[in-house]
Design a protein around this ligand. Structure first.
Ligand code: SDX
Length: 475
């Protein structure tokens, strides 16, 4: 980990009520926004920082991914996403994110062989899957199965052992497509398909999704190429909600399978990775380009829960570079295979209208990675319920690389945020019979009543307050 902690630059925080001034160190990274080290705030100034949603909080230092939200830049280990998407492949990007450098030809061959050797899963997981409802959402199966994976590898769960860290990373990268495809097949009542060593990563997944014992399935090279590119684009994205969940869960020293299962759960939400599924549902809800203007107005209405899914981003205040690349792929598929269906036209028109609307321009709400990805998944036959599963499959390398970096970080401590308490002031416990009751409340015949002043009176025989006056006479 580069040590960016040596700095002469500081800021001073002054408590204007007491005049106390606290000088805090500022660290600058390779690129991006400098950070103020506020760790001494509580001990020296008796205060916490307050930042719901961590909009201005750096949770860690990391060498893995860099995003410039204003410029629309995304780097994996310093390499621009555009170059990796164009010139690399997902498995090579996995090596880069995990080890920090692009592999030599020999290193890549060895890595690919290692991953290939781990694509099978224990047969016991088939029985485990049978515990799910027949129509369970594949994401619920993925959360459960990945969390259970740790139970098959008791020989390699020492998270401080570099070899155990590496074999867990290899197993997760290798097995996610197998589990993802099996969760889809299970949700359709179809038998799982075993991985085949002759296929590359994306081909293997498509074959496990769509081949059947009854006929020979040919992987469409266009489909595997575009899927591989989508996997690259989704591989990592610094400290997003699901990666932060993996880091927080992992900081308790839980095993990586448990930590990544937690990350899968966080990704599922429609505000995060679940947005790709939500975009399709939104486009279907809009139905036709002529309805767009009405929905755009709804999206602007604070009293209306409707949001333009696939728009906006916590970091990107420019066009998400991934969305740009996916959009190009969508047009290429459209050109080659004809229409991407009416939803694509609706998406294009929605993007055009939104990007001319003052509300969206003012708030810098541009299409994000999820806006077009679902349209491409549909065009290669992936069902909507699998969109977020694919996001989780692609992001597994990001999660495990960030988990490994966190575990080996000399600054690692268990994550434990503080709070501003705004609940009831300290008060004493009163026995139930003395807590008084709501006027008209029944069931208190012969019981004592007590008002908040401590006055007591017996309940009447019918269990009501005395008919003469509600509560005690003195109040
Ligand atoms: C991913 O973090 C990552 O890196 C995530 C990700 C990754 O690769 O890991 O990039 C993947 O999660 C992409 C985002 C997918 N989510 C969606 O597409 C869901 C729709 N988008 C929004 O829910 C929202 O934009 C978020 C959650 C993505 C970002 O929310 P923020 O940063 O908290 O922004 P905000 O809610 O404070 O919004 C700022 C303003 C608000 O209006 P005002 O209060 O200023 O008047 O913009 C409005 C919001 O109401 N707004 C939207 C909107 N998103 C924000 N209005 C309409 N439609 C939207 N989609």
């Amino acid at each position: 980990m580069n040590d960016q902690k040596t700095t002469k630059h500081t800021v001073t925080v002054t408590n204007n009520a007491t005049g106390q001034a606290l000088e805090l160190p500022v660290y600058t990274g390779t690129h991006g926004t400098p950070v103020v080290d506020t760790r001494s705030m509580h001990s020296k100034m008796g205060m916490f920082t307050y930042d719901p949603g961590f909009k201005s909080t750096a949770s860690c230092s990391s060498e893995i991914t860099y995003i410039d939200g204003d410029a629309g830049v995304l780097l994996y280990r310093g390499y621009p996403i555009e170059e990796l998407a164009e010139k690399s492949c997902y498995l090579e990007v996995c090596y880069l994110l995990l080890y920090g450098e692009l592999p030599t030809a020999t290193q890549f061959d060895e890595f690919r062989q290692m991953i290939t050797m781990h694509t099978m899963v224990n047969e016991g997981l088939k029985d485990f899957m049978r515990g799910f409802r027949h129509d369970a959402h594949p994401m619920s199966i993925l959360v459960g199965v990945v969390g259970a994976l740790g139970s098959f590898f008791h020989d390699s769960l020492d998270i401080h052992d570099p070899r155990h860290q590496e074999i867990s990373a290899h197993r997760l990268i290798a097995k996610m497509p197998t589990i993802a495809a099996a969760s889809f097949r299970y949700s359709r009542g179809e038998p799982p398909v075993y991985p085949r060593n002759k296929y590359c990563y994306a081909e293997n997944f498509l074959n496990m999704m769509f081949s059947y014992p009854t006929y020979k399935y040919e992987v469409d090279p266009d489909h595997s190429r575009v899927l591989d590119k989508l996997l690259i684009l989704h591989a990592d994205h610094e400290q997003n909600a699901s990666t932060s969940t993996v880091r927080l869960a992992g900081s308790s020293l839980a095993n990586p399978f448990a930590a990544i299962s937690a990350g899968i759960g966080a990704l599922w939400g429609p505000a995060h990775g679940g947005a790709n599924e939500a975009v399709i549902k939104m486009l279907e809800q809009i139905g036709h380009p002529r309805e767009i203007a009405r929905y755009v107005e709804r999206a602007k209405d604070k009293d209306d829960p409707f949001r333009l899914m696939g728009f906006g981003h916590r970091v990107y205040k420019n066009y998400d570079p991934r969305a740009k690349l996916i959009r190009i792929e969508a047009h290429a598929l459209l050109a080659k295979h004809g229409r991407l269906g009416p939803l694509f036209e609706t998406a294009l028109e929605l993007e055009r209208i939104a990007l001319e609307d003052e509300y969206f321009l003012e708030r810098k709400l541009y299409p994000n990675v999820d806006f077009y990805s679902g349209l491409i998944y549909r065009s290669i036959g992936i069902p909507t319920s699998m969109f977020t599963v694919l996001f989780a499959m692609a992001r597994t390398i990001g999660w495990i690389a960030q988990w490994k970096e966190m575990i080996n970080d000399p600054e690692r401590v268990i994550g434990r945020p503080r709070q501003l308490y705004v609940g009831p002031a300290q008060r004493s416990f009163h026995p139930r019979l003395e807590r008084g009751h709501i006027p008209g409340e029944t069931g208190c015949a012969g019981r004592k009543h007590r008002c908040s002043h401590g006055h007591e009176w017996p309940g009447d025989k019918n269990g009501q307050r005395k008919a003469k006056g509600e509560g005690c006479d003195d109040c």
